[in-house]
Design a protein around this ligand. Structure first.
Ligand code: FAD
Length: 380
C-alpha cells in the first residue's frame, strides 16, 4: 500500500466527528477532520444535552471549557399538550443547555489542540477506494488520501445520495431559533401541538432556544417560523407572546429521516446520525453521537494496528451499535409518533402524571446506562 496522507479522514465536524478525531489523536493517529461549514455556526438542534454527556465531556477534555462557557444546568422537565394536560418530572441527573454555536466550536478547537489537521469551510464531494487499498477523499480544498474514512456527516448530506433512506418519504420539517423575553431556569420544556412538538430551554447566553419539529402537512400557513398549530397549545402560546427572535440564529430543515441506516457504506464507517438518528423527543441524539464514537474508535484503532480484520471490524461495530441503540431508536419513534397525535399525547401525559413510574420507564428505555447521576448542579 502507498504511503497515505493520513491514517484517518473524518468527514463532518459535529459531535461524532470531533469526538472521533479527539480520541484518535489521543492515540497518536494522523487525523484529518473536514467540516463543510465555517465555525462558529448556528445549527438546527434543541441544544439540550442529556445527563449522559457530562462524563463524555470529561473524557474528551472539554468539561472545564463547557463550564466556563456558562452551560445552563437543567434538572427538570415540563411537558404540556394542546388539550391542557401537563407533567413535571425530575431528570435523573443534571442536563445542560448549551448552543451548538458554542459546543461544536469547543470540540473542533479541542481536536485542533491535540494535533488533528482541522479544516472547516471544506466540503467533502466524494470518496473512492476501500479498506483494503485505502481511500481517496475529494474535497473543495483538493484530494487527500487515508487508510480509513469515518462518515460523521450527520442526519442528511450530499454524501448520502446513494443511500436507500434518501429515496424514502421523510415528511418531517424542523426549525430552531434563539429568543429573548422569557427565562426558564433549570427546566427543559416540551409542548405538544397537533402534528408536532416544540422544545424550549435556556442556553449559556440566557436566551431561550426554541426548536420545533412537525409533519409537513400542518405547515400550510404563512408563518414558517412559528406556524399556527404551535399557538393551539395554551402554555406554549403564552410563552410565544413574550418572546422575540434573535437575528441570524434561525435554521430550518426538511426531509428529516429517523430510518435505520447502514453502519458501513462502501467501506466508510458511519458514526452519529449518519448511522441512525433518535427522534428529538428523547433529547438524546448528541449523547448517542458521542457514545457511538466511543464504541467505534477502539475497533477502528484495532483495524489500523492490524489486530482486527475488515470483516471483524464491520461485524463487531454493527453488532454493538444494534445492541446499544436499535431498540432505543424504535422506542423513540413510537414516543415521537404518539406525542404528535393530539389525542394520544393528552392521554399519555395524563397517564404519566398519574403513574410517575411510567414516565421514568420511558426515560430509561431511551437512554444509555451512564446517567451521570452523581453530578450535582454545583458541579457544573
Ligand atoms: C429538530 C431536532 C432537534 C434536536 N434536538 C436535540 C436535543 O435537544 N438534544 C440532543 O441531544 N439531540 C438533539 N437532536 C439530535 C442531534 O442534533 C444529533 O443527534 C447530533 O447533532 C448528531 O451529531 P452528529 O455529529 O452525528 O451530526 P451533526 O452534529 O449534524 O454533524 C454533522 C456535520 O457534518 C457536516 N457535513 C455534512 N456533510 C458534509 C460534507 N459533505 N463535507 C463536510 N462536512 C459535512 C455538517 O456540516 C455537520 O457539521 C435534535 C435533532 C433534530 C432534528
Amino acid at each position: 500500500m502507498n504511503k497515505q496522507d493520513y491514517d484517518i479522514i473524518v468527514m463532518g465536524g459535529g459531535l461524532a466527528g470531533c469526538s472521533s478525531a479527539i480520541q484518535l489523536r489521543s492515540q497518536g493517529q494522523r487525523v484529518l477532520l473536514l467540516e463543510q461549514q465555517r465555525y462558529p455556526v448556528h445549527k438546527l438542534c434543541g441544544e439540550f444535552l442529556s445527563v449522559e454527556v457530562i462524563s463524555s465531556f470529561a473524557r474528551l477534555g472539554i468539561l472545564e471549557a463547557v463550564r466556563k462557557a456558562g452551560a445552563h444546568p437543567i434538572t427538570r422537565t415540563y411537558l404540556t399538550t394542546s388539550n391542557g394536560a401537563s407533567l413535571e418530572s425530575e431528570l435523573p441527573g443534571v442536563g445542560l443547555g448549551l448552543s451548538r454555536y458554542q459546543l461544536d466550536l469547543l470540540l473542533f478547537q479541542r481536536a485542533q489542540e491535540l494535533g488533528a489537521d482541522c479544516l472547516d469551510g471544506t466540503k467533502v464531494n466524494s470518496v473512492s477506494g476501500g479498506l483494503q487499498q485505502g481511500f481517496m477523499v475529494n474535497t473543495s480544498q483538493g484530494n487527500f488520501s487515508s487508510r480509513l474514512v469515518l462518515g460523521c456527516h450527520g442526519k442528511r448530506s450530499t454524501l448520502d445520495l446513494s443511500r436507500p433512506f434518501t429515496g424514502q418519504y421523510n415528511p418531517f420539517v424542523a426549525f430552531k431559533g434563539h429568543y429573548t423575553g422569557i427565562a426558564l431556569p433549570g427546566v427543559i420544556e416540551l409542548h405538544a401541538f397537533p402534528g408536532g412538538y416544540c422544545g424550549l430551554s435556556q442556553i449559556e447566553t440566557g436566551e431561550i432556544n426554541l426548536c420545533w419539529i412537525a409533519h409537513e402537512k400542518i405547515l400550510n400557513c404563512k408563518n414558517s417560523t412559528l406556524p399556527d398549530p404551535l399557538w393551539q397549545n395554551p402554555v406554549l402560546a403564552a410563552r410565544l407572546h413574550s418572546m422575540q427572535c434573535v437575528r441570524k440564529s434561525q435554521h430550518r430543515l426538511s426531509q428529516i429521516s429517523f430510518a435505520l441506516k447502514g453502519k458501513f457504506d462502501a467501506d466508510v464507517c458511519m458514526i452519529g446520525d449518519s448511522a441512525g438518528m433518535i427522534t428529538p423527543f428523547c433529547g438524546d441524539g448528541m449523547a448517542m453521537a458521542l457514545q457511538s464514537a466511543e464504541m467505534a474508535i477502539p475497533l477502528v484503532t484495532g483495524f489500523l494496528q492490524g489486530n482486527l480484520s475488515e470483516r471483524d471490524l464491520k461485524r463487531q461495530y454493527t453488532s454493538i451499535w444494534n445492541r446499544e441503540f436499535r431498540t432505543r431508536l424504535q422506542i423513540g419513534r413510537l414516543l415521537h409518533a404518539s406525542f404528535i397525535n393530539a389525542g394520544i399525547a393528552n392521554l399519555g401525559v395524563s397517564l404519566c402524571d398519574t403513574f410517575p413510574a411510567l414516565a421514568r420507564g420511558f426515560i430509561q428505555a431511551t437512554r444509555g446506562r451512564d446517567h451521570g447521576a452523581n453530578l450535582a448542579t454545583s458541579d457544573i
